[in-house]
Design a protein around this ligand. Structure first.
Ligand SMILES: Cc1ncc(COP(=O)(O)O)c(C=O)c1O
Length: 362
């Protein structure tokens, strides 16, 4: 059998959540599990983090998946509801929702179910502090806040904003976003939230009452140029496969599609059963490391749909069937992402359904 696997270490996620609590000891934690928990399995991950104070998802389908799996934590819809029908589902599934634009406010005012049923809603009012993607602006904020406050079916309002450049410790936008968020919200005694993972590890002034970590839960550094190890995080996903063929090459022989790599000396090429059809990045450059028997070998030639090729050299004994780690324990996914001109998020989210997933219980 083709032995391409993603092994998810659920205890690593628990460890990483503990680290979040060390970074931000005075705040509550909203664990971000959208996009199938960044590719780690939304239900399995959510079942293992009951100590998170809430769980955040991007959309209604994700929230319903969690409720149907019996997850009882508070669930927050980070992009809010997309229609009146979804607002009805917010009530039905006992969810909390972000409000980031006027149409959502209008739905909240108009929907008749809210007038007839005594249900109370917890809202997250989103402020645009400078990302210019979602959220109300300074000039609208006070009116919207008071309109919501006056609705009898609104129980509580939290105030939130999102950081655009917190992964870059030298970017001045973060301070300016904090300043703007404070200016807009300072007179209001409501719980506040700004920090994503980068805010958690690098910007204590963004911690406020709630932090919203995503990528650090899965063991990656959110900061440019760093890996999770730097923050004592443990990688949750190990993507691995096996070496299933070895080719002997002479000087001048080429490898793979486009014959893009040429041997400068006699060598052996190891063929590993993973490719872009499994989510390994097609754009991984020559030299991207692959971990075999505790040693890093360079990717050579183009990534194919089902295979990659590495230069094993002539020295080491590497038997057919030997395990190869593409990322995870011993080889940070951030490093592979860098070699593929992308970010760890896309690699973790992009592992395809052809790969067998195994969850190691806590
Ligand atoms: C509103 C919001 N908060 C928090 C996060 C978590 O971000 P990160 O994975 O960088 O911690 C996200 C993810 O994109 C988000 O959209």
């Amino acid at each position: 059998m083709r032995s391409t696997k993603a092994i998810i270490d659920l205890s690593a996620i628990q460890h990483n959540l503990k680290m979040v609590k060390q970074f931000a000891p005075k705040t509550q934690v909203m664990a971000v599990v959208k996009a199938d928990a960044y590719g780690h399995g939304i239900v399995k991950v959510s079942q293992q983090i009951p100590e998170s104070d809430a769980i955040a998802v991007a959309c209604m389908d994700e929230a319903i998946t969690l409720r149907n799996a019996g997850i009882q934590n508070e669930i927050i819809l980070l992009e809010g509801f997309f229609s009146q029908n979804e607002l009805r589902q917010v009530l039905e599934y006992n969810l909390q929702t972000v409000i980031h634009q006027e149409s959502q406010l209008n739905d909240l005012i108009q929907i008749s179910e809210l007038k007839t049923k005594p249900k109370k809603l917890t809202l997250w009012l989103k402020v645009d502090s400078g990302m210019n993607r979602l959220g109300f602006e300074l000039k609208e904020f006070s009116r919207v806040y008071h309109q919501l406050k006056n609705l009898p079916w609104v129980d509580s309002i939290n105030l939130m904003s999102h950081l655009a450049c917190a992964d870059d410790i030298n970017n001045p936008l973060t301070q300016s976003q904090v300043k703007r968020f404070n200016e807009i919200t300072q007179l209001l005694d409501e719980p506040k939230s700004m920090a994503n993972s980068a805010g958690v590890v690098a910007w204590p002034e963004t911690h406020f009452n709630w932090v919203r970590p995503g990528i650090i839960l899965y063991g990656c550094s959110p900061m440019i140029g760093l890996t999770g190890e730097h923050h004592q995080l443990k990688p949750a996903m190990t993507l691995q496969s096996k070496l299933f063929s070895i080719k002997q090459l002479n000087v001048g022989d080429t490898v793979g599609y486009g014959a893009s790599w040429q041997a400068k000396q006699p060598t052996r090429i190891g063929v590993i059963a993973i490719g872009y059809g499994d989510g390994y990045p097609r754009h991984a450059k020559e030299g991207t490391p692959v971990l075999i028997n505790g040693k890093l070998y360079p990717l050579v030639g183009k990534v194919s749909m089902d295979m990659i090729t590495v230069d094993l050299g002539m020295q080491d004994e590497v038997a057919l069937g030997t395990e190869a780690i593409l990322w995870g324990k011993g080889l940070p996914v951030e490093t592979v992402a860098q070699h593929a001109d992308t970010i760890a998020y896309t690699l973790l989210c992009g592992v395809t359904s052809r790969v067998r997933f195994e969850w190691l219980d806590v």
